[in-house]
Design a protein. Sequence first.
Lengths: 141, 141
Amino acid sequence: METDVTQTSQQQRPKNFIECRRVAVPVIEVLSRIGSKWTVYVIMALVTGPMRFSELKRHIEGISQKMLTATLRDLEEDGFITRKVTPTIPPRVDYELTEMGQELKGPLASIGEWAARNSGRVAEARERYATAEAERRAQAW
Amino acid sequence: METDVTQTSQQQRPKNFIECRRVAVPVIEVLSRIGSKWTVYVIMALVTGPMRFSELKRHIEGISQKMLTATLRDLEEDGFITRKVTPTIPPRVDYELTEMGQELKGPLASIGEWAARNSGRVAEARERYATAEAERRAQAW
DNA sequence: CGGAATCCTTCACGATACTG
DNA sequence: CAGTATCGTGAAGGATTCCG
């Protein structure tokens, strides 16, 4: 509990106006990396073990080769995965989660649990919003 | 622990090829919403209590009025925040986290802790990657 | 097989101006 | 004060083609 992002007490709100940004920046950097659609698929695929490029492409249905390459590059650059080339013919490239990559499981699972619990509520909220929106529109006439 | 996203055991890998997608979709939906830069700032700002539009704009330095509006709309649509209009002159609009919005604190804190622990490692990895990249480039000549 | 390079479309986002 | 409307730009991302 050394880095509590979520203070609620009132009197330190002014402090938060400065603190929040400092705390938020790394969170946002992480989120903007793992928050991309394909990144999550790649990580989840590799959680079960190393995989080749073509395996990943087949596994992650719908991804273009360009995006897979880019996603893997980014993940490698940040140290989430390793890239091992076996210079045979044809060549073979295996991707594997690093230990740091494995540690992402925790946060991802945390989000997954939240999503599993609340996806229904989100859907309800959207319906309510759409209905209210439609009524508001009808009112205008 | 009812929804473990991160199985590691080997023999159920084939099952994961199907399961992963089902599990991943809600995670990705949540991430693509809260993964946006401004969304995190807005949520973190509102964690300390309700706030007016102009307060949020002043607090979240660098956000354009357009993005703030759009972000607030999206969060409202999904049921993360409520919008309360007081039709005075000039008008007053307060935004507040719903209970569901408050519950996001957990996952966000989880990511925040991970980021705090690993931001240094990511920086190192990037440097290593840049160095290796430069060497690779030099090799080409 | 595992990419890189190119083209092209879409869209997120910022800047600006106007409104109830 | 709290927005909406419009325009312009850059980046994201798909489709396609070529390469070691």
